[in-house]
Design a protein around this ligand. Structure first.
Ligand code: SAM
Length: 252
């Protein structure tokens, strides 16, 4: 069943006013008609099964026939602090990490960043990619894209268990950090710092350590920056038991 995020003001107790931007897609692209069903989400963590009905030319409504918690939303909230990357690599990061379950993204300016700060419609393009990936992967909430942040400010504001994949780390892995953290079990807040194509500088690593951010290895292979965030997010969710099945897909 197709899923769409809508703003909460489109939803009353039992009726959904389908926004006009969606009416066109439902009617003319997906060729849906009265009686068909879709799932709508208001970004609250709930999802609503609705049956479509026409209400006059060009307008569609949905009658709510079911409400349930959006099971595709992880309990563990990962904020990925990703250094700005060249080309479309940042788009790959936000798309893939949305699919796997990250809940927020903070674009970082690091010493070795070659990429410029996003200009023009680049940020709205990233937000569109996040929305589409959240719908496609059946997330219950849309991950948040925060404004670009400077590295030191980000280190000082990182919440929960914070770690930095760093290829210079040869002893500690993600599991060591997560399993040894006193908060594990209750903590559901994880901050992950991934560097740019040229990596973190020695002074950035030192500053992060000074802020209590632990360096971890992702193995003996050097991953591309756009791969490292995905691997670190997936391993973290696995460690928290969030990559197990059991999600009954509605109506598939
Ligand atoms: N110094 C790297 C090199 O020799 O090519 C460049 C940095 S790597 C392309 C980009 C980022 O991915 C790093 O800043 C780090 O955050 C992460 N990363 C890549 N491979 C890693 C590994 N094996 N262990 C930990 N972090 C890694």
């Amino acid at each position: 069943m197709h899923r769409f995020f809508i703003s909460e003001d489109c939803l009353t107790e039992s009726v959904v006013a389908i926004p006009s931007r969606l009416v066109h897609r439902l009617r003319h692209v997906l060729r849906m008609k009265a009686g068909d069903r879709i799932v709508v989400l208001d970004n609250s963590g709930w999802e609503y099964e609705v049956e479509l009905r026409t209400v006059g030319a060009g307008r569609l409504e949905g009658v709510v026939i079911g409400k349930s918690p959006a099971a595709g939303e992880p309990q563990t909230r990962i904020t990925l602090y990703q250094a700005l990357l060249k080309g479309s690599k940042f788009e790959t990061v936000v798309q893939k990490c949305t699919e796997v379950g990250a809940t927020a993204f903070v674009p970082l300016i690091c010493e070795r960043c070659v990429a410029e700060e996003p200009a023009g419609n680049r940020v709205s393009r990233w937000q569109k990619i996040i929305l589409e990936a959240a719908q496609q992967s059946r997330r219950g909430r849309i991950p948040v894209l925060y404004p670009v942040s400077r590295f030191k400010e980000a280190c000082e504001s990182a919440a929960g268990i914070a770690f930095m994949p760093w290829e210079g780390e040869v002893e500690r892995g993600i599991g060591d950090v997560l399993r040894r953290s006193p908060e594990v079990g209750s903590a559901q807040e994880v901050s992950i710092f991934v560097g740019p194509e040229g990596g973190f500088s020695a002074s950035e690593v030192e500053f992060a350590l000074g802020c209590g951010i632990k360096t971890v290895s992702l193995g003996d292979r050097i991953l591309r920056a756009e791969t490292a965030g995905l691997v670190a997010s997936a391993v973290t969710l696995y460690e928290f038991g969030e990559l197990e099945g059991g999600y009954k897909v509605k109506g598939d």
